[in-house]
Design a protein around this ligand. Structure first.
Ligand code: GDP
Ligand code: CA
Length: 317
């Protein structure tokens, strides 16, 4: 079975652990992850891809499980030195071990390799068991439009999310470079040749919608032969972790499993979903979308694998 997954960072990584556990019982299965790169940013001259790295470190068992991101056993000596120099930004933490990843990436990109090749090269070391593809090889960075003394100003998503902890009201999300962005090599094929496409319970606005907006990706999902099943990142009226509730209202979407399903839409009505998994007790009724309610807390890879098994069953309906 070929499973293709659309994923953001931390939530996407946890979900992929479950997909991998599910596929371990199916010899010959292949997992491809199409990962959000809208969070990518250049700082201190280093190209940083937070979602790709969260997925890579997590699947490799090298993530700091308490923090949820970055490397286990990390140290911060370079960051301390940069701070001593007053080198901005000081609000974005970069660990010493993590910096090695960014150095290799930045060097390879400067030598002309596309991000998809760079990602494959980094994964050579980590053996994640999942083929990881960036959504695009082009720069397509999410910016947040905020009000600033009566005018509008766009700041990088990381500045809004990490520095301001999403505390400044967002007027709009803009993906800079979107018009000229194309799906990275292998992305469209991974959708068209999949037996099943899964949408991870990642941030629906700044992870999943960002991927869907890349010209060609949404179209491939809408027109592809494989069923598409998503999992809700919202339980009750709040995201399970993180600040996704700061993003949905910006698009005029209610923070609920039903709201997110409406945002993605039914494939039969020009959207991307055939099936939608929601948490027990939640409701979502949308014409054209098969809905199943079950426990959606990713407490272990095994628990998440059981969600994937239910997604497979839902896809077969
Ligand atoms: P980020 O890029 O690191 O912010 O991570 P993602 O976009 O991949 O995932 C963030 C989303 O994961 C948040 O909106 C959370 O609500 C969701 N999430 C985290 N843990 C769980 C879980 O156990 N179950 C579900 N259903 N969603 C989760
Ligand atoms: Ca992210």
């Amino acid at each position: 079975m070929r499973i293709t997954v659309l994923a953001g960072g931390v939530g996407g990584a946890r979900f992929l652990q479950g997909v991998r556990a599910y596929a371990a019982g199916l010899p010959g299965s292949e997992i491809t992850a199409i990962i959000n790169t809208g969070d990518d940013v250049t700082m201190h001259g280093l190209r940083i891809c937070p979602d790709l790295d969260s997925v890579m470190y997590t699947l490799a068992g090298a993530v700091d499980t308490e923090r949820g991101w970055g490397r286990e056993g990390e140290s911060w000596r370079i960051m301390d030195e940069l701070t001593e120099y007053g080198a901005e930004p000081t609000w974005f933490s970069l660990g010493d071990l993590d910096i090695a990843t960014h150095l290799v990436r930045t060097q390879m990109l400067a030598a002309g390799y596309p991000l998809s090749d760079v990602t494959a090269a980094l994964c050579q070391r980590w053996q994640t068991g999942v083929r990881m593809l960036p959504m695009t090889d082009e720069r397509c960075e999410t910016h947040v439009v905020i009000a600033d003394h009566g005018s509008r100003r766009a700041i990088h998503f990381q500045e809004w999310w990490v520095r301001h902890r999403a505390g400044i009201p967002a007027l709009e999300f803009v993906q800079v470079g979107l018009e000229s962005a194309r799906p990275a090599a292998g992305v469209v094929a991974a959708i068209e040749e999949a037996d099943l496409v899964l949408i991870a319970p990642s941030n629906p606005v700044v992870s999943i919608n960002t991927i869907l907006n890349v010209p060609g990706i949404g179209q491939a999902l809408r027109g592809g032969p494989a069923p598409v099943v998503g999992l809700s990142p919202i339980i009750g009226d709040a995201p399970v972790r993180g600040m996704a509730d700061a993003c949905l209202p910006v698009l005029g979407v209610q923070t609920s499993a039903a709201g997110v399903a409406g945002l993605y839409g039914a494939r039969s009505a020009g959207g991307v979903l055939d099936g939608w998994l929601i948490h027990t007790g939640d409701t979502a009724e949308l014409p054209g979308i098969a809905v199943l309610a079950r426990d959606l807390l990713m407490t272990s890879a095994e628990a998440t694998a059981a969600m994937v098994a239910d997604a497979v069953r839902l896809a077969g309906r």
